[in-house]
Structure formats: structure tokens, C-alpha cells
Design a protein around this ligand. Structure first.
Ligand code: ATP
Ligand code: MG
Length: 421
């Protein structure tokens, strides 16, 4: 098997090459400096994978044989970060380039692993070949030096990209046990690039999905953002469901709503987010998490009213806190997102009131727009709201004077949220 290519050969074998123009100038300068200091340095991982697959790279990662302290000395604008493994961030005005030292997998060191085989520390330096072996998938282990134009492919990644498949480096069950987040990476990357997951990857994910429970909530939250905010969230969601991973990240805490209705709402919220990414509009995890947890929240709220005898206001507050804190145990949602999630939920009830001064006050709320969008998503997912969405669409478009007349059409009795039986 050929392992080292020049770009011309890639062009011939894959009918594409690496577009030098798309490579970050900052990354080029880091590699050039490291080379001048006598170190090897390559672009590796997602950036090369995405360039070869005709996608836009998100960030540029560099692997080198220089140690963190060497890198730190060469770049004044740098700092060492990370516990699980140390990497160096080289800072530029608008970009951070991550530089990591070649590593090897030290599976023999028992104290570095948890009982389930999860790798807890991973800081033994190694050669480029050893470094390629500890990466997750062949397509993520292609090394490219954009200055010498040398491409090194020790794990068959170039071939995988041309066949649009994702293959594991080493036995997949072992690799998933070492780091269960690899399941989420496999699903995310396959949906991003529209590549197939090899069958053994799919099978192992189904078997090992429960290991998601061992991953830290902070890391899972970060991963959930990458999965749902990249512009292909709806597809990732369906794949997470198909491979039985979803329930470990978002257990349906007793919502009586039919599974299909629950799914539809989340899918609609994700499809709308995907559309916004496509159009370069701002997006937020708030909206997605609000959709994922909406029915569990409603279920808890109605239990609070029926079984605990709480009033609507207390029932909502208590339910929101309890549903969010249960989810925090799995994906740690920072407060800057959890507070607006509650606002969106609580406003759903206020949107029901269409008479008197209430609609005007609702319109002034800083979270009105997100709440109105959320209402439309609920309707798109089949919730019966009595054409509330249309009413608010017209109300927003109306002049102040016209709004007075809206009162005439306002219904006396607000609809309650949820599906009508
Ligand atoms: P993207 O940046 O587009 O989200 P990526 O594959 O570059 O995808 P990063 O988190 O930037 O993801 O990681 C860079 C590279 O580091 C990966 O391509 C892979 O080679 C390696 N890597 C990252 N996470 C893992 C992991 N959990 N297990 C093994 N290798 C990993
Ligand atoms: Mg990357």
C-alpha cells in the first residue's frame, strides 16, 4: 500500500486535491516556523479530511514532534492547555491554532484507564506512526505538510475518503470503550460528510451506547453542540436514534406524549436550526434544548398541578428546575442557556393570552421572538394551539391602532398547551 503521496497523485487517484487557498495562513506560518526550528509538523485531522472531501474545514490542527515546552518557546503568543493531554494553543487575532505533540497510546499503563477501559490520561509522546494509531478513524489520520506538499497516510484514510466510508483504526469495540465520545464523533462526521459508517462501527455503537453514561457532562454538552449546531443536526438526531445512543444522552423522563410526536418536535427544531446555519443566521443551543425537554417539562408540570396541587406558576417553576437539573447530570447546560430555556417555556403559556394589555406586554419581552419561533415549531410538529401562531404573526405585523381591534378577535378562553385527544 502506498503511504506517502504528492498532491498530484491524490488529484489523479481521487479526482481532487488539497486546495492550498483554503488553508489558514496562520496554520501555514506555524508549520513553517516549526520546520525552520528543525521540527516535523503537519496539518492533521478534520481539516485535511474536510479539504479532501470538498468540505470547508472548521479549524486547523497541527501535529508535530516538538514537545509542548519547545512549542511554547517558539511562539510567544502561545500557551499550554489541557490535562487529559497537553496541547499548545497558538493565538492569532481571529484564530487559535492547536498544536499537539505526536503521542502514542499507552494502554499497558493500568492506572491510566477506568474500570470500563476508558483512557483517563494520554500524555506519552511518540512517533508520527504511533500518533496515527491513537486517532479514531482512518479519515482523521491523514497528515499533510502544506509547505513541502507531502501527504502521509498510514491508516488508509485517503482510500476511505474516496470510497466515502468511515473505518475505525483498530478494533472498534475497544476504541469505543477507551473513549465513548468516539460514537458521537463517528455519527457526527458521517452525517457531516455524508459518509457511510462501516457495519462493525454501527453494531458496536448499538452495543456500547450505554457507556455514554461514563462521559463527563461538560464534554457531552460540548459534543451535543457540535452535533446539533453544524447545519446537519436533524440528520445527526435521526442517526443517534437509529443507533440507540440518543436515549443515553436525553432520557425521556416520563413524558406521556407519543414517541413520534416527541421526535417530530425535536426534528422540526433541528431542521429550522439547520436552515439558519445554511443562511448564516445566528443560532443558539437554547432553542434546541428547549425543544428536546419541552414534553418532559409539560409532563412534570401537569403532575405538579394534579398530584401536588401546585398553582400554574409554581408548577412551571418547579418542573423547569427539576427537568433541567436531571438533564444537567448528563449534559451540563450552562446557566446562560438554561435561563432562556425557562423563559421560552414560560412564555408559551403567556402567548395564550390575547386580550387586554397582556399581548402587548408579551411582545415587549426580550425572549418574545424566540418564543414565537418556538410556538411555530410546536404547531409544525402537530400541536393544536387554535391558530395561535397565525394570530401572533398578524399581531406583530399590525400597527398600534390595528392592535386595539385585535382584541375583538381575541378568544375568551386560552387554549392549554399540548395535544388535544
Ligand atoms: P471537527 O474539527 O471538524 O469537528 P475533527 O475530527 O478535527 O472534527 P477535533 O476535535 O478537532 O475533531 O480533533 C482533531 C483530530 O484529533 C481528529 O481528527 C482525530 O484525529 C483526533 N481526535 C479527536 N478526538 C479524538 C478522540 N476522541 N479519539 C481519537 N482521536 C481523536
Ligand atoms: Mg478539528
Amino acid at each position: 500500500m502506498q503511504l506517502i503521496y504528492s498532491p498530484i497523485e491524490i488529484l489523479n487517484s481521487m479526482k481532487r486535491s488539497i486546495d492550498q487557498e483554503k488553508i489558514s495562513k496562520n496554520a501555514l506560518s506555524v508549520i513553517s516556523k516549526l520546520n525552520k526550528e528543525g521540527f516535523e509538523a503537519y496539518l492533521v485531522g478534520g481539516c485535511i479530511r474536510d479539504l479532501l472531501a470538498d468540505n470547508v474545514p472548521k479549524d486547523f490542527d497541527i501535529a508535530t514532534n516538538a514537545h509542548p515546552s519547545d512549542i511554547r518557546q517558539i511562539f510567544r503568543n502561545s500557551r499550554i492547555v489541557g490535562k487529559r493531554f497537553q496541547i499548545v494553543h497558538v493565538r492569532f487575532e481571529r484564530e487559535i491554532i492547536e498544536v499537539s505533540t505526536f503521542r502514542r497510546l499507552d494502554t499497558k499503563v493500568i492506572e491510566n484507564q477506568s474500570d470500563s477501559g476508558m483512557i483517563l490520561r494520554d500524555n506519552s509522546f511518540g512517533s508520527l506512526e504511533e500518533d496515527s494509531l491513537r486517532r479514531d478513524f482512518g479519515i482523521n489520520a491523514i497528515y499533510y505538510n502544506p509547505i513541502s506538499k507531502q501527504l502521509i497516510d498510514l491508516q488508509g484514510g485517503v482510500d476511505d475518503i474516496s470510497r466515502k466510508v468511515i473505518k475505525s483504526i483498530g478494533p472498534i469495540d475497544l476504541r469505543l470503550r477507551e473513549d465513548p465520545v468516539r460514537m458521537l464523533r463517528a455519527i457526527r462526521i458521517s452525517e457531516k460528510l455524508e459518509f457511510e459508517l462501516e457495519n462493525d462501527i454501527k453494531e458496536s455503537i448499538r452495543i456500547e451506547a450505554h457507556l455514554i453514561q461514563d462521559v463527563s457532562p461538560a464534554r457531552l454538552f460540548e459534543e451535543s453542540l457540535k452535533m446539533f449546531m453544524g447545519g446537519y443536526g436533524a440528520r445527526v438526531f435521526l442517526k443517534l436514534k437509529e443507533l440507540d445512543v440518543y436515549k443515553w444522552m436525553f432520557p425521556n423522563n416520563g413524558s406521556p406524549v407519543k414517541e413520534s410526536n416527541l421526535e417530530l418536535l425535536i426534528r422540526k427544531a433541528l431542521e429550522s436550526t439547520d436552515q439558519r446555519v445554511l443562511r448564516d443566521m445566528p443560532i443558539t443551543p437554547t432553542f434546541i434544548y428547549a425543544a428536546i425537554l419541552w414534553y418532559p417539562f409539560l409532563a412534570e408540570r401537569s403532575r405538579n398541578i394534579k398530584e401536588m396541587g401546585l398553582n400554574n406558576y409554581d408548577a412551571s417553576n418547579e418542573a423547569a428546575s427539576s427537568v433541567l437539573s436531571k438533564q444537567q447530570l448528563i449534559t451540563s447546560i450552562p446557566r446562560r442557556f438554561s435561563t432562556p430555556i425557562k423563559d421560552i417555556w414560560f412564555l408559551q403559556f403567556r402567548l395564550n393570552f390575547r386580550s387586554g394589555k397582556k399581548p402587548f406586554r408579551t411582545l415587549q419581552h426580550k425572549r418574545f421572538r424566540a418564543s414565537y419561533d418556538f410556538l411555530l415549531i410546536r404547531e409544525a410538529a402537530g400541536e393544536k394551539t387554535g391558530d395561535l401562531g397565525d394570530w401572533w404573526t398578524a399581531y406583530q405585523a399590525a400597527s398600534d391602532e390595528e392592535r386595539q381591534n385585535f382584541q375583538k378577535f381575541a378568544r375568551k378562553k386560552p387554549h392549554t398547551s399540548g395535544f388535544r385527544k
